[in-house]
Design a protein around this ligand. Structure first.
Ligand code: ADP
Ligand code: MG
Ligand code: MG
Length: 887
């Protein structure tokens, strides 16, 4: 097997299709080289080597040494420099690169190949001793940190002291001699902390770094990241070894990062940051404040330091051409890293840029409109779940706010919560159900779990491309970065905002609001407003609606929910629960009267009070949903949920019925159930007390007739009988409903169309679906209960063990969030088939939580259901997911 793949100098052993083998970084370096972009030559050691490295007990096969030697020779041939050559040394970077970009992996080592001898050669060749010694001290510092894993604080301290000794503020002010002294100190530090001298042999340096990259694949923080993002542990990482180019060779050199479009808003404008006379991670590390790429961005931000467009117009022009070329080549927004060495541009990385949901939407729609991608590709580009970010409220612009300070708008959206100053506290507080804002000076990969737990992230340092900003955008967490007025004492759980006489203090537990779209940081909670659903959102939804086959309905039972659902594009109601209506206002007393009555006459008297109320509810709902199908579920929960508990509640019922409190209490005790979820509920209520369902059916049909008269257009009620296990149950209940319909239509002198069907939520119902379909005109899969009853797991008690089940791979995902396709899915598929066998035109839908989950929706598409039904806010997610499932 070949493990080493070269790129650069007219050679490309791989390309963008080889991400699995070469990692994302390596595949794209090879691709850029092959389309003629200026890429420093190098080679990639494949991910297969990483796997083999672990299989063989963390050792390299001899063949790899030969192949790597060939790779080094490739670089030497193109650069004309030799690795370890004291006169004109080749320096390389060693970079990790998995299939997907992964914080938690080893950081890059730059300037590898420097030692006490080659540093002199570099100084000679570059004609710049300061540059050479700066590179050497950076190399020792990085190598000590990421390869030897020594305490980097000690090295930073030494650097700070060196600057303070001279009264300097910036690294760049240190002279060659200062740096030379620093190198001596650094080497002494390595020996002290590591117990061995800093490796002078350049090959030892290289193999040490390669082993560190592979080693980092199994580092704790990498594992955490993989777990949170469903990345398999056996993918492995690749290693990229690449000739160094230098952004720290003076005023005509620079390094930068850029996006071909704005990753926050999606605007079609170059977007990025760069630093003159700097190397590598200086831009994202927040050591110096980076400068803007374009003049427009600088002016918009009212910043002084020249943009790249102004400071280096020629190289900027070249960069802009590369951006356009890359976007056309990859047909997607790119996230790019580049370096300018003495006026020459070098490309060091490109990948599809992470973006906010808003940007994803805008970019997909813009690119489709510009013909760069098709409408179908645009549909596929947007993650349905990410739409959630857009559908939720933003800060009310009218609301008063106590603005503490302003940072950079690093990841949009608004969040309020209690302040915490470290990741573990964030995780703990979130586990207790608190909303928290994680506040850090800057974040690092060790903070990932806390960022995940937090509602929002605030940092004092770092730009728009800092770790905090990039990770927060990926997670969809609002983030404000680089709020320079904050001075944070994490150990004391307190921060100060501002300076001079006007500073204010914020302690752990205080409430903060951050607005990741403006950068504002506010004390206290600020109210929010609903989002705008026109423009790009509407455009993409229209395309999605044109390709999807599945209909999308909403689970809604109040007129307000129904209106929201329609605004979000619901094509009907898939589940209108009627039990909530029984709790409203004074109705509960009538309901209790009915439950506690000991005769049909008593029950009917109470139901007569409920009829007009229930009818009024349905009138309101039908008016919103006029012309659309509405599935209304007859009473489902165990009666005991409605029972009175407090003395005063019993007294209310006594007063309404004239039955004594004592007698009522005895009746309530009789109704006690040991396992109510499997008790007297669902159609069992209708079987024992048909008058309940009769009243509900009457309310539905009377309401439908009223709305039909008023609007000239009838709703289409679909009356759903819950918790059916047998054909006979449904037969009895259907008769009750049909009788009520016939009576209402006779009184009213007209008829409307309606259906009677059932929820399939018990395994027996799924098994006997063929039978049941003889009575049912539709099935709605009630996947919440069907999951509980199939798995034998109570949803309310699952929290204690289900996360362990997911962690141990027993279930791939929480089966109450994403349908257990193998188990519950098989029952659904079978029931659908059997139902259709009996009644070919039977209407099939799903109405559990799963109706808003993209993976579950994809399954519904494959088995050909007619519709999915989701909560109102998830309706757009379902529409897009349904379209993607149909592509
Ligand atoms: P990450 O995956 O964390 O972005 P990279 O491997 O891309 O790490 O390296 C980070 C930065 O280091 C790059 O953006 C670039 O500025 C610098 N760098 C990496 N390799 C080289 C190189 N061969 N020459 C100059 N700079 C490099
Ligand atoms: Mg990095
Ligand atoms: Mg990079």
């Amino acid at each position: 097997t070949q493990y080493v793949f070269r790129f650069g100098g007219g050679v490309s052993d791989g390309g963008k299709g080889d991400k699995n083998l070469l990692g994302g970084k390596g595949a794209n370096l090879a691709e850029m080289a092959s389309i003629g972009l200026p890429v420093p030559p190098g080679f990639t050691i494949s991910t297969e080597m990483c796997t083999r490295y672990y299989e063989e007990g963390e050792a390299f096969p001899d063949s790899l040494r030969t192949e790597v030697a060939g790779g080094i020779a490739h670089i030497e041939g193109i650069t004309g420099k030799a690795f370890g050559d004291a006169a004109d040394p080749l320096l390389v970077s060693v970079r990790s690169g998995a299939r997907v970009s992964m914080p938690g992996m080893m950081d890059t080592v730059l300037n590898l190949g420097l030692n006490d001898a080659t540093v002199e050669g570099l100084a000679q060749v570059a004609g710049d001793p300061r540059f050479a010694w700066d590179s050497y001290r950076r190399f020792i510092q990085m190598y000590a940190d990421v390869v030897l894993e020594l305490d980097h604080g000690r090295f930073e301290e030494a650097l700070e002291i060196a600057k303070e000794d001279q009264g300097f503020y910036l690294d760049t002010e240190l002279t060659a001699d200062d740096l030379k002294k620093l190198v001596v100190e650094y080497k002494a530090l390595v020996e002290e902390l590591w117990g061995k001298p800093f490796p002078q042999d350049v090959h030892d340096q290289l193999w040490g770094a390669v082993a560190a990259v592979f080693g980092s694949w199994q580092a704790e923080r990498a594992k955490v990241y993989r777990r949170l993002n469903d990345i398999p542990g056996d993918w492995g990482t690749a290693v990229n070894v690449q000739a160094m180019v230098f952004g720290n060779m003076g005023e005509t050199s620079a390094t930068g990062v850029a996006f071909t479009r704005d990753p926050s808003t999606g605007a079609n404008a170059y977007y990025g940051e760069f630093l003159i006379n700097a190397q590598g991670e200086d831009v994202v590390a927040g050591i110096r404040t980076p400068q803007y790429l374009t003049r427009a961005a600088r002016e918009a931000a009212n910043a002084k330091p020249a943009s790249m467009e102004e400071a280096m117009p020629e190289v900027y022009g070249e960069l802009a051409r590369v951006f356009d070329l890359l976007e056309r080549h990859y047909r997607d927004m790119q996230d790019i890293e580049f370096t300018v060495e003495r006026g020459k541009l070098w490309m060091l990385q490109t990948r599809s840029g992470k973006r906010t949901a808003k940007a994803a939407l805008k970019i997909a729609v813009d690119m489709a409109n510009d013909g760069l991608i098709t409408q179908q590709q645009a549909i596929a580009r947007v993650d349905p779940s990410a739409l959630d970010q857009l559908l939720h409220p933003t800060l009310d612009p009218e609301a008063p706010r106590d603005v503490l300070t302003k940072g950079l708008p690093a990841s949009p959206g608004a969040a309020s919560g209690k302040v915490v100053f470290d990741a573990d506290s964030a995780e703990r507080a979130a586990a207790n159900g608190d909303s928290v804002i994680l506040v850090r000076t800057e974040t690092s990969p060790e903070d990932i779990h806390g960022m995940h737990a937090a509602k929002g992230i605030l940092t004092a340092r770092g730009g728009m491309t800092s770790h905090a900003a990039v990770v927060a955008r990926g997670m969809g967490r609002p983030c404000v970065s680089g709020a320079g007025a904050l001075s944070i004492k994490a150990a004391d759980k307190v921060m100060r905002v501002g300076a001079g006489d006007s500073w204010r203090e914020v302690r752990e537990g205080d409430i903060l609001t951050i607005d990741g779209s403006t950068g504002e940081v506010m004390l206290g909670a600020v109210p929010t407003v609903q989002p705008e659903l026109s423009g790009d959102f509407a455009a993409l939804m229209k395309w999605a609606d044109a390709v999807r086959r599945l209909r999308v309905r909403a689970n809604a039972e109040t007129p307000a929910d129904c209106r929201t659902a329609r605004e979000f594009g619901a094509e009907g109601i898939g589940l209108c629960r009627t039990e909530h209506m029984f709790f409203e206002g004074s109705r509960i007393t009538a309901v209790r009267e009915m439950i506690l009555a000991d005769s049909e006459a008593g029950r009917r008297a109470a139901l007569a009070k409920l009829l007009p109320e229930q009818r009024a509810d349905f009138v309101e709902i039908f008016e919103v949903m006029v012309g659309l199908p509405c599935t209304i579920r007859l009473l489902d929960p165990p009666l005991h949920e409605f029972l009175p508990h407090q003395e005063a509640e019993f007294e209310d019922v006594a007063a309404a019925t004239g039955i004594t409190v004592d007698k009522l209490k005895r009746r309530a005790a009789e109704l006690h159930e040991f396992n109510p979820m499997l008790g007297h509920r669902g159609c069992r209520l209708g079987v024992t007390y048909p008058e309940i369902y009769e009243m509900q059916a009457r309310a539905i049909f009377e309401a439908a007739c009223i709305v039909a008269d008023r609007s000239g257009k009838a709703p289409v009620p679909e009356v759903m009988v819950p918790l059916v296990a047998t054909r006979r149950e449904l037969e009895l209940m259907k008769a009750v409903v049909d009788r009520a319909a016939a009576a209402v239509f006779a009184e009213h002198g007209s008829t409307i169309d309606y259906l009677v069907g059932t929820m399939i939520e018990l395994p027996r119902a799924a098994l006997r679906a063929g039978d049941i379909a003889d009575q049912a005109e539709f099935f709605s899969f009630g996947t919440n209960d069907l999951t509980q009853t199939t798995l034998g797991v109570s949803r309310d008690d699952a929290a204690r063990f289900l996360s362990v089940y997911v962690e141990k791979g027993i279930y791939a995902r929480d089966p109450f969030v994403s349908l257990d396709v193998e188990g519950v899915g098989e029952l659904i598929e079978m029931a659908a088939e059997r139902g259709r066998g009996t009644r070919p035109d039977i209407k099939l839908g799903i109405c559990g939580e799963h109706g808003g989950d993209p993976a579950s929706i994809a399954f519904c598409e494959t088995i050909g259901l007619d519709y999915v039904s989701a909560s109102p806010y998830r309706v757009p997610i379902a529409r897009l997911a349904a379209a993607q499932a149909a592509l």
